[in-house]
Design a protein around this ligand. Structure first.
Ligand SMILES: C[S@@+](CC[C@H](N)C(=O)[O-])C[C@H]1O[C@@H](n2cnc3c(N)ncnc32)[C@H](O)[C@@H]1O
Ligand SMILES: [Zn+2]
Length: 274
């Protein structure tokens, strides 16, 4: 192995699932698949380098900038604190699946921090602002992550797979998810009929896999700028059909589940198959 090369304890080749030998400019697996390091420091581990445009709806430069302003202003700091409490003290690698522009990863304790998102723009922003963490572009449903390599894994408001959590966690490892509760941002949502509301109630329960779930509820009295940013960064299904809400709504309910579980048994040797 060339001088200055070492194997990543976490990242796996998205083609063959083998470990990646990492240098300052590339990552290469024993099969010879090779990935260039981007200027900002991350690797693109999406097979083919990109997904269909439809895979990241609403994830524009504008919504990312809005999310960064809103989060850095501290409006969701209670969510970051609860996430930190649920993770506890982590000994070893921790992975943020769907890390966005990196706010939550930069707010948790840990010495070996890894982030993954399907949006290249988000990963660029995250790498730039947090050079001590390691970021990749990738998908949460086929994580380019070695089996049993992570001490903890978490996801905040982003797609994730419990099968993948189980595969990548070390025995005894912890997972944490933050998901919307029934009245999350209810003031910003369009009017719905009862059938839709019922379906949404079901979707806003904590995951059945959770050993424990804490419901965090609080109200925000937003400034005009924060209201605009929240509206811009929020996925379309939570937005009122008319853009009027952004001009009128200033008080919003935050309602989230912070759920967690521990992997007590070794998985039955699942493999990363892509
Ligand atoms: C609502 S944002 C949340 C971002 C960040 N966790 C936060 O709370 O600030 C959802 C994120 O999930 C990412 N995402 C969507 N589909 C994904 C997938 N299949 N794999 C990985 N990330 C995905 C998006 O690019 C986006 O950054
Ligand atoms: Zn490979």
């Amino acid at each position: 192995m060339a001088e200055g090369t070492k194997y990543s304890p976490v990242f796996a080749c998205p083609h063959c699932a083998m470990p990646l030998a990492v240098t300052s400019n590339s990552a290469t697996c024993p099969e010879g698949h090779s990935f260039d390091r981007a200027r900002e420091g991350y690797f693109n581990l999406l097979v083919g380098g990109r997904l269909a445009k439809t895979a990241t709806p609403g994830d524009t430069a504008e919504s990312l900038a809005a999310r960064r302003r809103f989060l850095n202003a501290g409006w969701y700091s209670r969510i970051a604190e609860s996430l930190g409490d649920a993770l506890g003290s982590i000994q070893g690698p921790v992975l943020d699946v769907g890390c966005g522009e990196g706010y939550y990863l930069s707010h948790i304790n840990g010495t070996e921090k890894y982030g993954l998102d399907i949006s290249k723009k988000a990963v660029q922003m995250a790498s730039k602002s947090d050079p001590t963490s390691h970021f990749v572009v990738g998908t949460s449903f086929h994580l380019p992550i070695l089996n049993q390599s992570c001490a903890a894994v978490f996801t905040v408001f982003a797609p994730h797979s419990f099968d993948e959590y189980r595969r990548i966690l070390q025995p005894g490892g912890t997972w944490v998810t933050v998901t919307p509760g029934p009245s999350h941002l209810v003031e910003m949502r369009p009017q719905r009929d009862n059938k839709i509301l019922e379906r949404e109630e079901k979707r806003s329960e904590p995951p059945t896999e959770a050993a424990d779930a804490v419901r965090i509820q609080f109200t925000l009295d937003l400034t005009d700028e924060a209201a605009h940013d929240l509206y811009t960064m929020t996925p379309l299904q939570f937005q009122a059909s008319s853009a009027e809400a952004v001009h009128t709504v200033r008080t919003v309910s935050v309602d989230v589940w912070v759920s967690h579980g521990t992997l007590t048994e070794s998985p039955a040797s699942p493999r990363l198959s892509l």
